[in-house]
Design a protein around this ligand. Structure first.
Ligand code: FMN
Length: 123
């Protein structure tokens, strides 16, 4: 499973690196990349620009065909806005929110995330 991710201050990038999974980084200036394999999208939480950039990527060419789900990184101090971008994208595309974690995640988060993805890929 490919992880497509966006990271502004490096937390998500750090998490992705520790999963040792195949990944593709997109950013505000370069979201129009084509993929041809199953992927999940991992995003930090900031504002509507995050969701818009991810939508541009997903809607590009046939990318949406390969979309499997979303993962969010955030800060629990934001209460009901915790990981709101990932939650919102999950609703827009009707795909599951597979996992959330705070900041760059603990090592336990990385293990649990990988278990979740493996389980999800089987079912
Ligand atoms: C200006 C700003 C706004 C943020 N807004 C939210 C938010 O609404 N909800 C949330 O859960 N986290 C919020 N966060 C926390 C970030 O999403 C979190 O630190 C994330 O791990 C950043 O990932 P990155 O380093 O890969 O960009 C905010 C952080 C900043 C600096």
């Amino acid at each position: 499973m490919l992880i497509v991710f966006l990271s502004l201050t490096g937390n998500v990038r750090s998490f992705v690196k520790r999963t040792e999974m195949e990944s593709l980084e997109i950013n505000y200036t370069n979201p129009l990349l084509e993929v041809n394999e199953s992927f999940i999208v991992m995003v930090p939480s900031y504002d509507d620009d995050i969701s818009e950039t991810i939508c541009s990527f997903i809607n590009y060419k046939n990318n949406v065909t390969y979309l499997k789900g979303f993962v969010g990184s955030g800060n629990l101090n934001f209460d009901d806005k915790y990981c709101f971008n990932a939650k919102e994208l999950s609703k827009i595309y009707n795909k599951p929110l597979l996992f959330t974690f705070e900041f760059s995640g603990t090592n336990e988060d990385v293990i649990n995330f990988k278990k979740e993805v493996e389980q999800f890929a089987i079912t």
